[in-house]
Ligand binder design. Structure first.
Ligand SMILES: Nc1ncnc2c1ncn2[C@@H]1O[C@H](COP(=O)(O)OP(=O)(O)OP(=O)(O)O)[C@@H](O)[C@H]1O
Length: 737
């Protein structure tokens, strides 16, 4: 509710003279834009709408009292500062994201404003300040203290972002009581907050290096309603705590008594691996936070810089759920002397970045995280970035804004690390929580209980079976794999070597399970793997919903994402989600509100050999049984930390279960992508002669090149149809683009 009220209030802040009609209309839009969240919370539009409408008179009152042209209202800034009149003269930003690496703080500020302040003594001055909006009921005691601490921290964040050390005041508006407080930063408050921050940082460090956690609060009244209760008690128990040290009595026992020593060890082991990996990526993340200079760094680590494309600077895309601002950046060519190299650098593609990646935009002049968004398109020479808001340099006046943006050299860094680690930890804790639906998964994954298969054979009346038997195009391995999937009561593992028809088999698995009336969750780590499968299903006429960010989803399946034009009410979402049997989402995307109430009969996970175990748990918790499709001979999950890799973080769930229960594996061995010469190489290097050719035609296939065409002699050698395999130095091709 708070989020929706914020959106209505903030929309009014951006209007010159916000009227009741405007806010009421906006409340309707806010409702429509948040239907998925309402559906997830089980809230009705009608009651939500009436709460929004009831709040509007108070909001109007606030605008009248404080916004431009108002009579300037008296605000109490505490006993040392006294009362001052305040008028908000300029609204600089809404929901401004601010990172202050110097303080180790990050936050999103409700509104960044310039206010004219008149002290009772007569002086008047303009001040940049944060405005924090509170919609909850508590306005006194501990909460009030926390709220003013929050505003004080925002002043620090803004000082860093605006490169302005004079930001030492803020406003705190309580909607419930219609009260606005002034916060003036005092040195003693700042010192106190920094000390608390340091204590917290040192506890986090202790937890991640030596896995030792602070003592529990031992306060049933504070802990009972706390949303971290489950994780907190599980971690306490796993790290040697007990009922007495928790101070929670039966509450603690009920939450953790089901955990065995093996469970403790499993959680501790994976938690440590996540810590190791997170630390390595933290080092990388630090690179974003350090102001880097154009001519610094080695060839390998030097970042690329970009300038805004003057010809084609920005456009607005309103086709998705929310408006996106599209900016084109051109890669700045590095001069040899600036780059510190004797030779001009070849313009290589920034391999670290790809379409769909979340990125942070900073400037070479030291403004960190000016904006964040995602990549729409990338080539050697340009990047197109999509942002949820207009790009602006903090503090730049609207008249000079354009020129300021164009003068900057921009750095574009990937920003994905923190959220995936949080999801991994969340998945692990969920697996060990006492929720009945996770008990079975815990037994299979942690205790390695043997998977069960329908031993009596499949019934001939099973429509799924008849369907498979009717498919004459399947080879024997594919037939066997599909039988394995249909017979699985817990899970099946499909070992599919390259080009052996994994996707082909998954398409038929989905179709056959649908014939049984099952619901299916399709998942993988990458968007491209899911979309590849979904496009094949679409061609077969299978109905599905794709959940994912507009940018990251393949254009051919975007129409399968739920849009506000398609669903105009919570009931419509509910009906559609109950009716749809196939949903596609990435492993890290499973906590989407649309999946809040959805459970599936089967989860099919592609590329399972390349997904690290804690990531794969998320989607599996949404299904009764699962099918992992992968090839553990191919690259294991990509782990950056050497120590984490050595300690086993590269072990996928696919690998763990394959090793423990080889009887659950069904292998696909006939491939349809390589001629026999190329396949022999794979067989001798990796597959130990397990691969075979799907047909004679494949085995004898040759490149269609007559040798008469005009090409460089080196290419002629490479393209010779009689040489199936040739090793070539690809560095040579760059010249030929
Ligand atoms: N039984 C079959 N008969 C003929 N062609 C097949 C058969 N199974 C798969 N193919 C063909 O083989 C090719 C590879 O299939 P598919 O893309 O499903 O394999 P994959 O294992 O997913 O591939 P990759 O390892 O590249 O991900 C496709 O062109 C597909 O149509």
């Amino acid at each position: 509710m708070g989020t929706l009220l914020h959106q209505v209030f903030q929309a009014g802040l951006l209007e010159d003279v916000p009227s009741r009609q405007f806010l009421e209309q906006h409340a309707k839009e806010v409702l429509l834009n948040n239907l998925e969240s309402l559906y997830a919370c089980g809230a009705s539009e009608r009651s939500t709408h009436s709460i929004l409408i009831e709040a509007i008179p108070k909001m109007l009152n606030w605008y009248k009292s404080f916004m431009k042209g108002s009579k300037s209202t008296n605000v109490d800034f505490g006993h040392t500062e006294g009362r001052k009149t305040v008028e908000v003269t300029e609204m600089m930003d809404i929901e401004e994201m601010a990172w202050a690496p110097r303080y180790g703080l990050k936050g999103i500020i409700d509104a960044s404003v310039i206010s004219r302040v008149n002290s009772c003594g007569g002086g008047s001055y303009d001040k940049v300040m944060p405005l924090e909006f509170k919609t909850g009921k508590s306005t006194s005691g501990q909460s009030a203290m926390e709220h003013s601490a929050q505003v004080i921290l925002y002043t620090l964040l803004m000082s860093e972002r605006y490169l302005n050390t004079d930001i030492d005041m803020g406003l705190l508006y309580y909607l419930h009581t219609d009260q606005t407080l002034g916060i003036k930063v005092k040195r003693s408050d700042l010192i106190g907050l920094m000390m608390r921050r340091n204590e917290l940082a040192s506890e986090i460090l202790k937890a991640s290096f030596s896995q030792s956690f602070p003592a529990m609060l031992q306060s049933p009244s504070s802990c009972t309603g706390c949303r971290h209760l489950t994780s907190c008690t599980i971690y306490h128990k796993v790290h040697g705590g007990n009922t007495a040290t928790s101070g929670l009595g039966d509450l603690f026992d009920n939450l953790v008594n089901h955990l065995s020593v093996a469970h403790h060890n499993f959680l501790k082991h994976w938690d440590r691996l996540i810590d190791l990996e997170a630390r390595t990526s933290q080092v990388k993340k630090k690179e974003i936070l350090l102001p880097l200079h154009y001519n610094s760094g080695s060839k390998s680590s030097a970042p690329s810089f970009y300038v805004l494309d003057m010809k084609n600077e920005h456009s607005v895309d309103s086709s998705g759920k929310s408006k996106r601002y599209i900016y084109n950046f051109v890669r700045e060519k590095m001069q040899p002397e600036a780059a510190g190299h004797s030779e001009p650098q070849a313009e290589s593609l920034d391999f670290n970045l790809k379409s769909g990646d979340c990125v942070v935009l900073s400037t070479q002049s030291g403004r960190i995280a000016v904006a964040n968004g995602s990549i729409r398109d990338i080539s050697r020479s340009h990047i197109t970035v999509s942002l949820s808001r207009r790009l602006r340099l903090p503090g730049s006046s609207s008249l000079l804004e354009q020129g300021d943006l164009q003068r900057e050299l921009w750095r574009i860094d990937k920003d994905e690390f923190s959220s995936s680690f949080a999801t991994m930890r969340f998945n692990l804790v969920q697996l060990f929580s006492q929720k009945p639906q996770n008990t079975k998964l815990r037994k299979l994954v942690v205790d390695l209980e043997a998977p069960r298969f329908d031993s009596g054979g499949l019934f001939s009346q099973d429509p799924a079976l008849s369907y498979i038997q009717s498919l004459t195009s399947l080879n024997n391995d594919q037939q066997r794999s599909l039988h394995k999937i249909l017979a699985a009561k817990d899970y099946a593992l499909i070992l599919g070597m390259p080009g052996t028809g994994k996707t082909y088999t998954m398409v038929h698995a989905v179709k056959s399970l649908l014939m049984r009336g099952e619901s299916i969750l399709l998942t993988s780590y990458t968007n491209s793997a899911i979309d590849n499968l979904l496009m094949k299903l679409k061609a077969e006429g299978v109905d599905f919903i794709r959940i994912g960010r507009h940018e990251a989803v393949h254009p051919d399946v975007r129409a399968n994402c739920l849009s506000t034009t398609e669903v105009q009410s919570v009931d419509a979402i509910k009906t559609r989600m109950e009716q749809v049997q196939v949903v596609g989402v990435t492993c890290l995307g499973v906590y989407h509100p649309l999946l809040a109430h959805k459970k599936f009969d089967t989860c099919i996970m592609d590329e399972a050999g390349q997904i690290t175990l804690p990531v794969s748990l998320g989607p599996l918790m949404l299904a009764t049984k699962f099918v992992l499709v992968g090839d553990h001979y191919q690259l294991p999950p990509l782990i950056q930390s050497f120590e984490a890799r050595e300690s086993g973080m590269g072990i996928s769930l696919f690998w763990r279960l394959s090793e423990a229960h080889p009887q659950a594996i069904s292998a696909l061995r006939c491939q349809y992508r390589m001629s026999s010469g190329i396949m022999e190489l794979s067989n001798s290097l990796i597959y130990g002669n397990r691969l075979c050719c799907g047909s004679l035609e494949i085995a004898n296939a040759k490149l269609k090149f007559s040798g008469k065409q005009q090409v460089h002699f080196k290419f002629k050698e490479i393209l010779n149809p009689n040489r199936a395999v040739i090793f070539a130095n690809t560095g040579f091709f760059i010249k030929f683009n």
